[in-house]
Design a protein around this ligand. Sequence first.
Ligand SMILES: C[S@@+](CC[C@H](N)C(=O)[O-])C[C@H]1O[C@@H](n2cnc3c(N)ncnc32)[C@H](O)[C@@H]1O
Length: 340
Amino acid sequence: MPLLLTADPGLEDVVLAELADRGLAGEARPYGYAGLVRTEGDAAGLLDLRSVHHLIRERAHLTLPGRGLGDAVAALSGVAFPELAGGASFAVRVHRRGEHGFKSPDLERALGAVLVERYRAPVDLEAPDLPIRVDLFDRRALVGIQLTRAPLSRRYPKVYAPPAALKTTVAYGLLRLAGVGGRGRLLDPFTGSGTVAIEAAQAFPGVAVVALDIRPRVVAGAQANAAAAGGAGAGRFLRADARRLVGVLPPGFDWIVANPPFGRRLGRDLDLRALYARFLDQAALLLRPGGRLVFLAKRRGMAARLVAERPALRLRHRRVVELGGLYVGLFVVERRISPS
Ligand SMILES: C[S@@+](CC[C@H](N)C(=O)[O-])C[C@H]1O[C@@H](n2cnc3c(N)ncnc32)[C@H](O)[C@@H]1O
């Protein structure tokens, strides 16, 4: 059976690119499921993918007769788990999107009860021999066996984990979309817990990384995370203001990958607009001609207008990614070779 790889919705193409690096093909959003990629192959050879959270061995794909708990249990009871006949323990985990007449734990308990009754198998929620995973999307259900216990994206212990921290997979996606690789200079101007800088140091060791944050306490946290991640080559962390960088950093960066605040704690929109505007001015001055800026913005229209207003910058690509339930704009921008 095929393998299902879980990814961040909107970044499935980064998984395809990583598979292609290994000569493997994949299908993004199989059956329409955002955040999934389907591929063939040996799971053991894919445990070092940087764009993937979990690996799942697909078992069945069903359409539910309705949106009620009884509908889901009736359809899912038809899936066989012969491994359980030998006394193996199991757990059912449900990931649900869309409208249903029940919550995920309701289905986990109900399907679990069916399997206990059928196979006399013990439930073990902590360390099951057979972790059964059900992804529900409206009336579609994808059933599989999860092969990874902890997410692959948990690469190192985060000793400093602010709520706005990115997942390592998202940081990797931003770096890939910026075209980071080989040798060159990268700036991470809103480093927070250091996710982008640490990911770059690990995934692209030939790249020189400069990471900064305006708050000294945050810079110390990012440095602590870099040390916990293995330290060496984790870049240079500075306290600096991303609105005033010219004269602080030498220009000529090949890439800037930025996760500015989304504004939830900044208060008025005006402040957020000014922050993005001033940062984009600095980015235009710090990038070499042809260099790339990738940044995230919750206010997508505002961000697109700010890029369009800057003749030195050209929008190459934009998309929406889902980050922890937020739909966020991802912008890939190039510093023009000669401003038009
Ligand atoms: C969304 S968080 C970045 C999260 C980060 N990607 C991570 O994974 O932890 C934004 C960061 O920008 C910092 N910041 C806000 N204004 C800044 C400015 N003018 N210059 C530099 N950093 C700033 C905040 O202190 C915060 O740590």
